[in-house]
Design a protein around this ligand. Structure first.
Ligand code: ARG
Length: 583
């Protein structure tokens, strides 16, 4: 509806200018608060009262007398103190819906100014477990990337893997002790459980002073570019990468790895450039930038540490280098970083320093997209029964196993027989869809309670409910022997009944929702939209016979059902979820 709203805005501005001599009035066209009053509402008369010096009602009357909306709306009405209500003409609504139906993009125009966009998401750490927090980042980031891509932006999906830092000293020292042969022949190495390896190395590190010292020397060697150290480092990264890859495959995630190590050669310049600008302060031997507005719990100024006392760079230095690289080399105009909410201050400070240094300018939009904690059903941090962090691969496996159990139960209760192939494939898809949808449908800012039972329920704002709505439409076509493809592209749809009108208006709002998400990066908006779409479709289907209706109503309703299904399919695909034809 973006085009319609903008056209209405212009017509209102013209009417305001003619009636009251005010040019370029700030007109907001909003959905009507009560459908009884029509479809849309404009409050500009109330805003103009002061400037024009008349009662809002008189102003509204003046505007309405000058409005030229004949092809779009019924005669506008004035309500209350001066609200102008609009009802779209049936012919206009028909034209919009049919145009949408004929369009492979379903009426969503590509962005007028495509932007080079970086979406930095997932970001697991080498040799550490990819945990549920990384799952959230992965799913939310992927959806943001998909939506930006669909809107026509040029998106670079980046995996800022934690593949550098002092922990590698410890890991390499431990590798030398436990797998010395691997340092000359990588093929002999299969650590398998790299996380267990990390834990054992850490135990040793904490208990053994001599080992600790060796670990420190390994860090220095690695940072000095020693070939053998680099070989060992790469070995460890490769082992982790294989595990990450498997998860990305299961989740259907495309992402380019560009880890912390990539920016390593660029770190000294971050320091010298800040130094040259006089922005660095030495504090206890560490190099810091103080930015106004950041303070610690005690209210003292909180610096961003750029180089630690021992000369090591840190997470912040790398993020500054990454920001510079993305702006200068990648030519990004929009940079979105998806991490847990605990890193909000870090990014606010990094962005502030980059602004201060002049690296980040007005024409580049940087956004930290934070999300809340994943909690168990007990409201505590999400853990296994024995209190360990949940392995992502186990979690995804369990989702599929549970989806299969739900399916078997349902098939048994319906007395249906299906092939093993059908059941395996469906359980795979529904299990993963449920995990993704549950994550995306929750407002990302809040903590999120992970519940297999809720996410797999057939009722409610869940993936199964959404898939069911899609399948229901396909079922109508199967039952009626209808080929939806034969309906496309013709002006078949004529909106008549209230439930049809309600559904049609909602279908036309897809572009508004996607554009809003490109502003605030809340994919949950799309989930809400699709959930409401399914509900409105169900109301329509209850109120209006489809296959049993007489022509031309039958064809019109079939096309409306198909448009609903196509909207669901597109919407779900933007959440990284694929539809199924049967459930
Ligand atoms: N490795 C980080 C973590 O585990 C996420 C990286 C996010 N991206 C960034 N540019 N810092 O939380």
């Amino acid at each position: 509806m973006i085009a319609t709203l903008s056209l209405l805005r212009t017509r209102f501005q013209e009417a305001v200018a003619r009636a009251h001599g005010v040019e370029g009035a700030d007109v907001l066209v909003l959905p009507a608060s009560n459908p009884q009053f029509g479809d849309l509402q404009v409050n500009v008369a109330l805003q103009l009262a002061k400037a024009v010096g008349k009662s809002p009602r008189a102003i509204a009357e003046g505007i309405v007398a000058e409005l030229k909306l004949d092809e779009m709306c019924e005669t506008p009405t004035i309500a209350g103190p001066g609200f102008i209500n609009l009802k779209l003409k049936a012919s206009y609504l028909d034209a919009l819906v049919n145009a949408s139906y004929a369009d492979p993009r379903l009426g969503v125009a590509p962005a007028a100014n495509p932007l080079r966009t970086v979406v930095d998401f997932s970001g697991p750490n080498i040799a550490k477990e990819m945990h549920v927090g990384h799952l959230r980042s992965t799913i939310i980031g992927d959806s943001i990337a998909r939506i930006s891509e669909f809107l026509g932006h040029d998106v670079l999906r980046l995996n800022h893997v934690g593949d550098w830092g002092t922990q590698f000293g410890m890991l390499i020292a431990f590798l030398r002790d436990t797998h010395p042969e691997a340092l000359t022949d990588a093929s002999t190495l299969d650590i398998g459980d790299l996380v267990g390896f990390y834990k054992r190395a850490k135990l040793r590190f904490d208990a053994d002073e001599e080992f600790k010292e060796r670990a420190r020397r390994e860090v220095v060697r690695l940072q000095g570019g020693d070939a053998e150290s680099l070989y060992a480092w790469k070995l460890l990264c490769d082992q982790s990468r294989a595990a990450f890859e498997k998860i990305y495959q299961t989740l259907d995630i495309k992402i380019t790895e560009r880890g912390e190590s990539f920016y390593n050669p660029l770190l000294p310049a971050v320091v010298t450039d800040l130094e040259a600008q006089g922005l660095l302060t030495e504090s206890d031997g560490a190099l810091c930038v103080f930015v106004e507005g950041f303070s610690n719990k005690e209210g003292n100024p909180l610096p961003l540490i750029i180089r630690k006392t021992d000369g090591a760079y840190n997470y912040a230095t790398t993020d500054l280098a990454a920001l510079r690289y993305r702006i200068n080399e990648d030519k990004a105009k929009c940079i979105v970083i998806v991490t847990d909410i605990g890193q909000s201050d870090h990014f606010a400070q990094v962005f502030a320093v980059a602004r201060l240094a002049g690296w980040l300018t007005e024409d580049v939009r940087v956004v930290h997209v934070p999300f809340g904690l994943v909690q168990g059903e007990d409201g505590k941090k999400f853990k296994t029964r024995s209190g360990e962090t949940v392995k992502l691969s186990d979690l995804l496996d369990e989702a599929v196993v549970r989806a299969r159990a739900h399916l078997d139960e349902r098939l048994a209760s319906e007395g249906r027989e299906e092939t093993e192939e059908f059941k395996t494939d469906l359980a795979d898809k529904v299990g993963i869809a449920a995990v993704k949808y549950a994550d995306l449908s929750a407002n990302r800012g809040s903590n999120y309670v992970f519940s297999f039972d809720k996410m797999l329920a057939l009722q409610g704002n869940t993936a199964p409910y959404m898939l069911y709505a899609y399948v229901r439409v396909q079922g109508i076509a199967r039952k009626g022997g209808v080929d939806f493809a034969s309906l496309a592209g013709l002006d078949n749809i004529h909106i008549a009944e209230p439930s049809e009108r309600d559904l049609a208006k909602h279908l036309l709002e897809l572009d508004d929702v996607l554009v809003k998400i490109a502003e605030d990066f809340l994919p949950s908006r799309l989930c809400t939209y699709l959930f409401e779409l399914s509900q409105k479709f169900n109301h329509f289907y209850e109120a209006c016979p489809v296959l049993n209706a007489a022509e031309p109503t039958r064809t019109s309703r079939l096309a409306l059902a198909d448009l609903t299904a196509r909207t669901l399919k597109l919407g779900l695909s933007l959440l990284g979820i694929s539809t199924v034809e049967r459930l």
